[in-house]
Design a protein around this ligand. Structure first.
Ligand code: BTN
Length: 251
């Protein structure tokens, strides 16, 4: 673990000098911890990886479960000041998917899918710095299933990365994805979602499929616009959906 941390620190320092890398055996949630630190005024760039989370969190107040050795859970926190925040989670998703395997797809807005099963998810949270200013401390939390797990209780069955990469372990997978994620965050801050749009479309798990939005609207998905909103063709015409849950309707 120490050698992995040091290798990662050197790798990330080249992209963002001074970024700290910390690995802990157990924590409630890597996102919660970085949020606590930000609220206490600790705003230095940091990557925190935990072997085990006791209160891992997903989007919409859901739990994020993962066992040591069977999942990778980490958060990257740094101050960001993009002119427009829309599409950040999609940009991060693109970076993770491209770094992992050609079979990894993106399910708008935050999920990583393989064969319509959930490989992982992204939870982004931000905190305003105590002294104000244009930047927000941005915490990108990523959870990836390494081992396949029991599908019971999941609307979308989980997928384990080892089904694609049999030798995947947390440390090496982290080394594979951390720099691309950091690069995506820094690139997004400078150029917004534009450089990621076509790359998202290339891995869009919903493209051309029948979908249902959380407000009950049915339609078909047609990629994302320049801000990362999902384009859905509905009975009332094309809609750009910026916030909603989307499910695939069975064919
Ligand atoms: C989702 O699919 O709803 C998002 C899941 C995000 C899980 C990761 S694991 C590391 C970080 N810490 C957390 O508590 N959550 C994120």
């Amino acid at each position: 673990m120490d050698a992995m941390v040091e290798a990662l620190r050197q790798q990330l320092d080249a992209l963002l000098p001074g970024l700290a890398v910390e690995a802990v055996p157990e924590i409630d949630s890597t996102n919660t911890e970085l949020m606590r630190r930000a609220r206490a005024g600790r705003l230095g760039p940091v990557l925190l990886v935990a072997e085990r989370q006791t209160a891992g969190r997903g989007r919409l107040g859901r739990q994020w479960l993962g066992e040591p050795g069977s999942s990778l859970t980490f958060s990257l926190g740094l101050p960001l000041a993009p002119p427009d925040w829309s599409g950040l989670s999609l940009a991060v998703g693109v970076a993770v998917a491209e770094a992992l395997h050609p079979a990894v797809q993106l399910k708008w807005p935050n999920d990583l899918w393989v064969q319509d099963r959930k490989l992982g998810g992204i939870l982004i949270e931000t905190a305003a710095p105590p002294e104000g200013g244009p930047s927000r401390f941005t915490i990108v939390g990523i959870g990836l299933n390494l081992a396949p797990r029991d599908a019971q209780g999941y609307a979308t069955p989980p997928f384990g990365l080892r089904e694609l990469l049999p030798h995947a372990v947390a440390g090496t997978v982290l080394q594979q994805v951390a720099a691309p994620v950091l690069q995506a965050m820094l690139g997004f801050e400078q150029f917004g979602f534009a450089p990621f749009q076509a790359r998202f479309q290339a891995r869009d798990a919903l493209a051309g499929r029948a979908v249902r939005l959380s407000d009950g609207t049915n339609g078909s998905a047609h990629g994302v616009d320049g801000q990362g909103a999902l384009l859905v063709h509905t009975a009332a015409g094309m809609k750009a959906v910026a916030t909603a849950e989307v499910s695939v309707r069975p064919a």
